[in-house]
Design a protein around this ligand. Structure first.
Ligand SMILES: Cc1cc2nc3c(=O)[nH]c(=O)nc-3n(C[C@H](O)[C@H](O)[C@H](O)COP(=O)(O)OP(=O)(O)OC[C@H]3O[C@@H](n4cnc5c(N)ncnc54)[C@H](O)[C@@H]3O)c2cc1C
Length: 384
């Protein structure tokens, strides 16, 4: 318990003291939150998920979810970068340790606190995680790959990248592998700049990616298994935690606003306190949904058969779509509580950044894509 508290209280300190003061500038200038990521690195939080036997801290998904929420209260971009990075580390920890190359890499990651980006999206397949156009071209033990990546968050700042590709030139789009690309062997040519509504500090530019790798940088497990056992549930869990953090940050501003109103006239409860009470109740529902989703994953995380159940896939998709719907709703309610003080960008109660960041949730793997997947699952899933 002491170690858990330690990780979380360190993240809370970094959120408050480093991420929060820079959050408006990071958003305005669409710049990478360098100071916050450096502070997380110095606190050895980037390698937190790596097992202690490889020099990491053996953190759990419950702990990482709590950290994402805590960071998300202060700077959504910092929290989302942390969430995306930890999802990549989880794929390596849970599916790569049979490979000496990946084990050595994880030990180095824990030592140097490397940051890993993700290149799954691709021109031609949109947000369909389970299809790739690009292919690994093999010559002897060497591989080459070229991918038109519409979005790679912090691609230019990352130390390394995990990329999905078809296994070989005669593989169908769904026969994918996950390959660890070292930054020194990867060329990124910007094809689109990231000037977006929100999550501006994630620096999610589009790139033409070309890279070389050796065959042992391909994870031994098929990507199909990595996706349902790890990448999908953990990304949904940590993204949802981040979005809950954004909403909680907005609600904290609304609470501060209502307290200030109450101080101005101590004889009445300010009318906006009623809306605040409603908003806090909704925030608690969002947080409970996220906590319960993470607990559901944690209970079966080492049981591939249980992770492969259709009902579990349905549940993890529901976690994502529900959190992605509720986070902007709760944030919007916080705006309504603060009124014009929340709408202004120059006020201590400004909610604009939170609202813009929260609206990324529905399209980070489009909600409709997940509803469509669930529509098919519901046809065959037994009633609970
Ligand atoms: C902040 C942020 C950071 C990101 N970082 C990364 C990253 O680091 N690496 C990475 O690889 N990707 C990243 N992405 C990409 C992301 O995860 C999605 O892959 C991408 O946003 C989907 O793009 P799209 O909306 O064009 O595609 P699509 O998913 O193709 O959706 C296009 C449209 O079609 C609709 N649609 C799609 N499928 C269906 C269906 N079956 N039924 C009904 N409607 C459907 C959608 O609702 C949407 O309106 C990031 C996205 C965001 C917002």
């Amino acid at each position: 318990v002491a170690a858990v508290d330690d990780l979380l209280s360190t993240a809370a300190r970094i959120g408050e003291q480093v991420a929060a003061p820079a959050a408006d500038a990071v958003d305005r200038e669409a710049r990478f939150p360098q100071n916050a990521i450096t502070a997380l690195r110095e606190a050895r939080l980037l390698g937190a998920l790596v097992p202690p036997s490889l020099g990491g801290r053996g953190a759990s998904i419950v702990e990482l979810g709590a950290i994402c929420e805590t960071l998300g209260r202060h700077c959504a971009s910092t929290a989302m970068i942390f969430a995306m990075h930890q999802t990549q580390v989880a794929c390596l920890v849970r599916h790569g340790q049979r490979s000496p190359c990946v084990r050595d890499y994880l030990a180095d990651l824990a030592r140097h606190e490397w940051l890993i980006a993700s290149a799954t999206s691709e021109a031609g397949v949109g947000g369909d995680l389970r299809q790739s156009v690009c292919v690994l071209e093999q010559t002897g033990k060497q591989l080459r790959v070229t991918k038109q990546a519409p979005v790679i968050s912090y691609g230019e700042e990352a130390d390394d990248i995990l990329l999905t590709a078809r296994r070989a030139s005669d593989s169908p789009p769904g026969d994918q592998v996950l390959v660890l690309l070292r930054r020194a062997d990867t060329q990124l040519t910007r094809t689109a700049a990231w000037d977006a509504l929100g999550m501006r500090g994630t620096c999610s530019h589009g790139f033409l990616l070309t890279a070389s790798a050796s065959c042992d940088q391909v994870l031994p497990a098929p990507f199909a298994d990595i996706a349902y056992q790890t990448m999908v549930p953990i990304s949904h869990a940590l993204w949802a935690s981040t979005w809950a953090g954004i909403a909680a940050g907005a609600v904290n501003r609304a609470r501060a606003f209502v307290r200030a109103e109450a101080r101005r006239n101590a004889s009445i409860v300010p009318p906006c306190a009623l809306r605040l009470a409603e908003t806090v109740a909704d925030l608690e529902s969002l947080r409970a949904t996220v906590r319960e989703g993470i607990a559901a994953f944690s209970r079966i995380q080492d049981d591939p058969e249980a992770l492969g159940q259709l009902a579990f896939a349905l549940r993890m998709n529901n976690l994502k779509v529900t959190a992605a719907r509720m986070a902007p709703e709760v944030t919007g309610r916080a705006l309504a509580v603060c009124g014009i003080s929340g709408y202004r960008n120059d006020s201590p109660y400004a909610i604009g950044r939170h609202l813009r960041d929260a609206h990324s949730a529905a399209l980070m793997i489009a909600n409709d894509r997940l509803y469509a997947a669930n529509a098919s699952l519901l046809l065959v899933c037994k009633d609970e």
